[in-house]
Ligand binder design. Structure first.
Ligand SMILES: [Zn+2]
Length: 338
C-alpha cells in the first residue's frame, strides 16, 4: 500500500509501505475511505515538535472494515466505520467514566494517511454505521473522528449552556467545529475570534453571532465590551499557544469556564493569576469515542455539517501539497481521497 511519511520538517513524502496486518486479536484492518491533514500534524511539519526518524502520519479516518482479529465482534468486514484518533477498549475504568482518550490501553493513531490502517482495540474504538452512508455525508463523518469531536468536547469542557455566551479562540477546523458545538448546546451568543475572511464567513454560517478580529489584550477588551465588562460564560481555547491560552483565560468571566483543546506548546499559567481568575479549566485530548454515536446521528440527520471545514480536496498521493497548503494557510483543512 501507499502512505504519507514525514522525514524532516517540511518534508512529507508519499511512499510504498508494508500492508498492515492483524497483530493482536483485538485489531481490525480498515480500507481508508477518507483521511485528512490535521492542524496538529503541522507541529512536527513546522519543526516545533521533534520528529525522530521517518515515520507515518495521520490520525483521522473513516473506512471500510477489511479484516478483524478473533476477539472483535462489534464490527464486521464490509461495514463502514468511524473511529477516534485515540484508541480505547471502551471497557476499562476510565472508559466507563467516559474518558476514552485516557483509556488504560490507549494508543494514539498515527498511520492513517494511507490506503489501509490497523486499528488497535477495534471493538471499543470503532463505531459502525447501520448502512454505507451517502457520499455527501462522508466529509462530515470524517470530521467527527477528530475536529468535530474535539470542538464538541471544548464546548462541553467550557460548560456551554442554553442561553450562554461562548467565545471561540482559534479559527482553525477545531475552532470552527467549536462554533457548531456551542450552537448545538444552545449558546445564545457565539463570538468567534478570527482575522480571516473565509473563516469568519464559515464561522457565521456555523452559528457565530459576532466576530472579533482583535487579538491579545485588544481582543480581550473587545470581548469585555460585548459581555457587560466581565467576560464570557464559556471560552473554547482551540489553538494551544501561550498567547491563545492567556486570551482565553482573560476573556472568561469570574465563575466562567475555559475548555482548552489546542495541544499546549510552551503554555504556562501563573498559580496566582489562576487563583484570582475564578475560572474553571478543563482540557486535554477529547474523549471523542464518547461522542461518536451522537455526532454520527447529528451528521446523518443533517443537523450538523462539519465537513464544510474541508476547503481543499486532494488525492492521497498529493499529501505533501496538502501539508504545504495548510502550513501556508491557503487551506483550513485538506481532505485526502485514497
Ligand atoms: Zn479503556
Amino acid at each position: 500500500m501507499r502512505g504519507a511519511v514525514i522525514h524532516a520538517p517540511g518534508d512529507v513524502r508519499f511512499e510504498q509501505l508494508d500492508d498492515p496486518k492483524i497483530q493482536q486479536p483485538t485489531d481490525a484492518i480498515i480500507r481508508t475511505v477518507l483521511t485528512c491533514v490535521c492542524g496538529s500534524d503541522l507541529w512536527p511539519y513546522r519543526g516545533l515538535e521533534p520528529i525522530g526518524g521517518p515515520h507515518p502520519m495521520g490520525h483521522e479516518y473513516v473506512g471500510i472494515v477489511e479484516d478483524v482479529g478473533s476477539e472483535v465482534t462489534a464490527v464486521k468486514p464490509g461495514q463502514f466505520v468511524v473511529g477516534s484518533f485515540a484508541t480505547s477498549d471502551n471497557t476499562c475504568a476510565n472508559c466507563r467514566h467516559g474518558w476514552q482518550s485516557s483509556c488504560l490501553h490507549r494508543e494514539f493513531m498515527s498511520t492513517c494517511q494511507a490506503d489501509y490502517v490497523r486499528i488497535p482495540h477495534a471493538q471499543g474504538t470503532l463505531v459502525a454505521t447501520a448502512e454505507h452512508p451517502d457520499e455527501e455525508f462522508l466529509p462530515s463523518l470524517l470530521a467527527v473522528s477528530d475536529v468535530m469531536g474535539t470542538g464538541w468536547y471544548a464546548a462541553l469542557a467550557a460548560e456551554v449552556k442554553p442561553g450562554a455566551t461562548a467565545v471561540v479562540v482559534g479559527d482553525g477546523a477545531v475552532g470552527l467545529c467549536g462554533v457548531i458545538a456551542a450552537r448545538e448546546l444552545g449558546a445564545e451568543r457565539i463570538i468567534a475570534m478570527s482575522r480571516h475572511e473565509s473563516r469568519q464567513k464559515l464561522a457565521t454560517e456555523f452559528g457565530a453571532t459576532d466576530i472579533v478580529t482583535e487579538r491579545g489584550d485588544d481582543g480581550v477588551a473587545r470581548i469585555k465590551d460585548l459581555t457587560d465588562g466581565i467576560g464570557a460564560d464559556s471560552v473554547l481555547e482551540c489553538v494551544g499557544t501561550a498567547e491563545s491560552m492567556q486570551q482565553a483565560l482573560h476573556a472568561t468571566r469570574p465563575g466562567g469556564n475555559v475548555g482548552f483543546v489546542g495541544v499546549p506548546h510552551d503554555v504556562q499559567i501563573a498559580g496566582e493569576e489562576l487563583f484570582f481568575s475564578h475560572a474553571g479549566l478543563r482540557g486535554g485530548p477529547a474523549p471523542v469515542r464518547r461522542f461518536l454515536p451522537d455526532l454520527i446521528d447529528r451528521v446523518l440527520a443533517g443537523r450538523i455539517d462539519p465537513g464544510k471545514v474541508f476547503d481543499l480536496t486532494l488525492s492521497l498521493e498529493q499529501v505533501a501539497e496538502g501539508y504545504r497548503a495548510m502550513d501556508e494557510r491557503r487551506a483550513i483543512k485538506t481532505l485526502l481521497t485514497p
